[in-house]
Write a protein that binds this ligand. Structure first.
Ligand code: KG4
Ligand code: ZN
Length: 335
């Protein structure tokens, strides 16, 4: 089955052509980071407009690279939510109407299911069941995954998502948007022992997270260290290193707990923060010690992309599921 995948939930336009027999044939990604950078965050209306501009040319490019035309398509998958409503509507209306015009089924995909299944695009893919850590700008969740569509929430953040905490801490230090990757780059030159930041909610039972206290700890350190409102470059790097270590330790402790609690050996990391090198290192080490294995998508499929939506949608379509003609998107949507 030849599927076109469309991702337009936030600030990346992702397009992919996926074949259920041959795998991923082509993918294209356009990031709007430059559009939003001067505002320090995503401006929803600008995001929608840019998706409108980019989606069709990217579809043409991806189909051409895959050696197919639009008439060869047998199904279309688009992100139905969660995300920015205007941005979601671009992909949904494009995908839905294209499918209607071609008389093929379309399916609306949950963005986080896309992230969760992204490791399935790799050669080294996990068998079900596994524990997944979903860590993006909007979500921090531990999920028990028994199979496609069989998800049980084990724990989640009670306040900020891990990516959001990274972004906010970065913003407090004046780092450019999006802050997460910038902060982690800076952390490489920092001393992770200089400041003591908490590992929130790790010394009580349970699998929930909370990152707002950590953000406050970072703010306190920034205010204390700033001289005339300015932080020395080394101090910025040190705060970054300490902050990153605290987030990564917290995530690793909860992942270990989730594996022990479920008795499972395999862990999947998905979502933008999954691109974080220290997190990958620590989780690799932790699962190895437990006799298990950690799986993650290649870095470019950790952040938003069309390939994960094409894959997840393909599984849904193969299972006979599709979305009717009513054009609905779901900006807030628990998985
Ligand atoms: O999954 P994603 O692309 O979009 C959402 O669905 O949210 O994740 C974006 C998030 C942002 O908060 C970004 O700062 C964070 O992932 N991120 C990182 C890194 N790369 C992306 N956070 C820490 N370290 C990184 N290397
Ligand atoms: Zn995402």
């Amino acid at each position: 089955m030849l599927i076109l995948g469309l991702e337009t939930s936030c600030d990346e336009t992702g397009v992919a052509v996926y074949d259920s027999e041959r795998g991923l044939l082509a993918h294209r990604l356009y990031s709007q980071i430059a559009v939003h950078a001067e505002y320090g965050g995503v401006v929803p209306e600008l995001a929608s407009r840019d998706h409108v501009r980019k989606a069709l040319p990217l579809i043409h490019e991806a189909l051409a690279e895959a050696g197919h035309t639009v008439q060869d398509l047998e199904g279309i998958a688009y992100t139905q939510g969660p995300g920015l409503v205007g941005a979601l509507l671009v992909g949904a209306s494009l995908g839905r109407s294209l499918a209607w015009g071609l008389s093929i089924p379309a399916v609306g995909v949950h963005h986080m299911e896309g992230h969760l299944l992204a490791p399935m695009l790799e050669e080294n893919r996990p068998d079900f069941p596994f524990v997944a850590l979903l860590v993006s700008g909007g979500h921090t969740q531990l999920v028990h995954v028994a199979g496609i569509g069989e998800y049980t929430l084990l724990g989640e953040s009670l306040d900020d998502a891990a990516g959001e905490a990274f972004d906010k801490a970065a913003k407090m230090m004046g780092l450019p948007y999006p802050g997460g990757p910038e902060l982690s780059k800076l952390a490489e030159q920092g001393d992770a022992k200089r400041f003591e930041f908490p590992r929130p909610m790790t010394n009580r039972p349970g699998l929930d997270f909370s990152f707002s206290g950590l953000k406050t700890a970072a703010r306190t350190a920034i205010i204390k260290q700033a001289v005339d409102g300015v932080l020395a470059e080394q101090t910025k790097a040190d705060i970054s290193a300490c902050f990153q270590a605290a987030v990564v330790d917290t995530l690793a402790i909860k992942c270990k707990r989730a594996l022990k609690q479920t008795g499972l050996k395999n862990l999947v990391i998905a979502g933008g923060v999954g691109a974080n090198k220290l997190l990958r290192q620590q989780l690799t080490e932790m699962t190895r010690k437990l006799g298990g294995q950690v799986f993650y998508p290649r870095a470019e499929f950790c952040t938003d992309n069309g390939a994960m939506i094409a894959y997840a949608g393909c599984q849904r379509l193969l299972a006979g599921q599709s979305t009717d003609l009513s054009l609905s998107v779901v900006p807030r949507w628990p998985m």
